[in-house]
Design a protein around this ligand. Structure first.
Ligand SMILES: [Zn+2]
Length: 154
């Protein structure tokens, strides 16, 4: 886990679970460790992750590699990180938003039984998560995410 990273890795506690899903959608490796501060602090420092939290106690214990996120509102949290850390806010499907694993392309025929028929008919590129088995497809998800972001960051 000490390999060189070309981008920041994040860790959060239970106070920022929605934000964590969006960070994954932007391609950022983001773990969520709720209700276990020692584990969160250990993994953050051991894996060189930047710790994001709304908890002042957690922030103070983490020391310099932590960011205290001031707002409880998701749009403001994303805007804050964009401003503060210049994070990229482009939805890309490289990482499972549910569990943080890397997703892989999967042949269309293989998802026939796994996605709604309309989705199957109207989409070409599918991705799947080897850990939690969630299927992703480009298009609808992405369009919706972009629209939401436009509202968030206006
Ligand atoms: Zn997953």
């Amino acid at each position: 886990m000490h390999s060189k990273k070309d981008t920041v890795w994040f860790a959060t506690d239970g106070t920022l679970t929605r934000l964590a899903r969006w960070l994954r959608l932007f391609g950022y490796n983001t773990i969520v460790i709720p209700n276990n501060l020692p584990m969160l602090l250990y993994l953050s420092s051991h894996q060189g992750r930047l710790l994001l939290t709304r908890s002042r106690r957690c922030y103070e214990l983490a020391g310099k590699d932590a960011v205290l996120v001031p707002s409880e509102k998701l749009p403001e949290q994303i805007a804050f990180l964009k401003e503060r850390l210049s994070i990229k806010t482009e939805p890309i499907y490289t990482r499972c938003t549910r569990c943080n694993a890397t997703v892989f392309p999967i042949e269309k025929e293989k998802v026939r039984q796994l996605v709604p028929p309309h989705t199957y008919k109207t989409h070409k590129d599918f991705f799947f998560c080897p850990i939690c088995r969630k299927i992703y497809w480009q298009g609808t998800h992405e369009k919706r995410a972009r629209e939401t972001l436009r509202r968030f960051l206006k």
